[in-house]
Design a protein around this ligand. Structure first.
Ligand SMILES: Cc1cc2nc3c(=O)[nH]c(=O)nc-3n(C[C@H](O)[C@H](O)[C@H](O)COP(=O)(O)O)c2cc1C
Length: 400
């Protein structure tokens, strides 16, 4: 137990995909952080912009309202409630009505033929939603990730106060890949951000952008879906956040969980990740150097910024694997839960790929875990005190 009691930053989201509102409540953000609607709306717009996104993005323009916890553009230290209205709800108000009993008319869009790969069947069995699997998909839908991006925007604002930057981009969609050898030319994330955000695909280079568009267009024509990988880089984290002393304190472990907790994410790696399994030790470990100006540093970053579950001070490099979207416009085989007869799976309005948006969501999730780690170690009551403590700690690390 430290001398200061740190409230752990935590959050919860609520909302159904076609319900009236999406909500997030965040606890543990220090008082005095400058925060505006624009900080959050910019990130929500990025999530909606990716190539391969479907019709819903044309119906909605996500904007946030602060319901609690912010006054005159500064956080109060009290719980922050964020609200995003679902514009599409107007088309679904009867079907989603909380206060009227189910009638044949307001259950018209029943889902009875579960989609392979989605939460429909298992969720229906688990929660006994035998009448209508819509009761599952309304929450398992990735619409909920809107609020994780909103919470991530608050986390990014906090991290920026101590010089931590976080950015996500697309490595590949199906067979079309960014040229990662080009990554070394970007010395800071702002330069990388300008390049990848200039492409609707969030690729790293123009050739990959064109190739990814082709893959997405062809996949759409085939009424199919496609997966890929996204990468998140975070720079400027202080050394030694997270801990080796207990398994659940390892920060790389927390980030891995946060990434695989995103809808459709099925794998995660740090630095060279799975490729490191085919290498020898001297090709993988990051050699240690010392300089009077900056203290200890590494000659490479093959381990993605972690040793012993703690930040090394090098860039954090996290990759996530995104499976193809389960809803297919040429549906796969399923079984009707009412009749138990073979039937093609249900179709819900759907995207061709989630990968371009997934880069923004993964970025948000990494930012949230990093912000939690910072607030676990430093003062979490007031942002200026937190910054003073981070600065003093960085100086101690430099002198080690
Ligand atoms: C940004 C994003 C958008 C998604 N859009 C869709 C979609 O339009 N249709 C769909 O069937 N699944 C979509 N998914 C994936 C499902 O939400 C996900 O596969 C499902 O909840 C089952 O969870 P699991 O894949 O993690 O096992 C999307 C995922 C993300 C990250």
């Amino acid at each position: 137990m430290g001398a200061t009691y740190n409230k752990t930053m935590r959050y919860t989201t609520a909302g159904e995909s076609h319900g009236p509102e999406e909500i997030a409540v965040i606890e543990g953000i220090p008082a005095g952080l400058h925060l505006t609607h624009e900080d959050i709306n910019e990130q929500l717009a990025r999530r909606q912009r990716g190539y391969g996104r479907g019709e819903r993005q044309k119906i909605e323009t996500d904007t946030v309202t602060f319901l609690t916890g912010v006054r005159h553009q500064y956080t109060l230290g009290s719980p922050i409630t964020l609200n995003v209205h679902n514009d599409d709800h107007n088309n679904w108000s009867k079907i989603m009505a909380p206060n009227t009993p189910a009638t044949p008319e307001n259950t018209l869009r029943k889902v009875l033929r579960p989609r392979p790969g989605h939460a429909d069947l298992v969720g229906g069995i688990k929660y006994r939603h035998h009448d209508d699997l819509r009761n599952v998909l309304e929450r398992s839908s990735a619409r909920e990730t809107t609020m994780r991006v909103a919470v991530g925007a608050v986390a990014k604002k906090l991290l920026a106060e101590i010089g931590v930057d976080v950015h996500g981009f697309v490595v590949n969609v199906g067979p079309a890949k960014s040229d990662l050898s080009q990554l070394t030319q970007y010395h800071d994330l702002q330069a990388l951000r300008e390049v990848t955000e200039s492409f609707e695909t969030r690729a790293l280079d123009a050739a990959a952008d064109a190739a990814i568009r082709d893959v997405i267009d062809k996949t759409k024509r085939d009424a199919n879906t496609v997966g890929g990988q996204v990468q998140v880089i975070a720079t400027g984290m202080p050394v030694g956040l997270g801990s080796y002393v207990s398994a659940d304190e390892k920060l790389d472990g927390k980030i891995a969980r946060a990434i695989v907790g995103i809808n459709a994410f099925k794998g995660v790696q740090f630095g060279g990740g799975f490729d490191n399994a085919e290498k020898y030790g001297d090709q993988v470990m990051d050699e240690i150097f010392w300089d009077a100006e900056k203290g200890f540093y590494r000659g490479s970053d093959n381990l993605g910024g972690f040793e012993g579950g703690m930040t090394t001070g090098e860039a954090i490099v996290v990759r996530g694997v995104v499976k193809p979207i389960p809803t297919l416009y040429r549906p796969m085989q399923s079984v009707d839960i009412d009749t138990h007869q073979d039937h093609k799976a249900s179709i819900e309005r759907s995207d061709t790929t989630a990968v371009t948006a997934a880069a923004v969501i993964a970025e948000a999730m990494v930012a949230i875990e990093l912000a939690k780690a910072v607030l676990d170690k430093f003062d979490a009551d007031n942002i200026d005190r937190m910054k003073e403590q981070v600065a003093a700690y960085r100086e101690e690390v430099r002198r080690f």
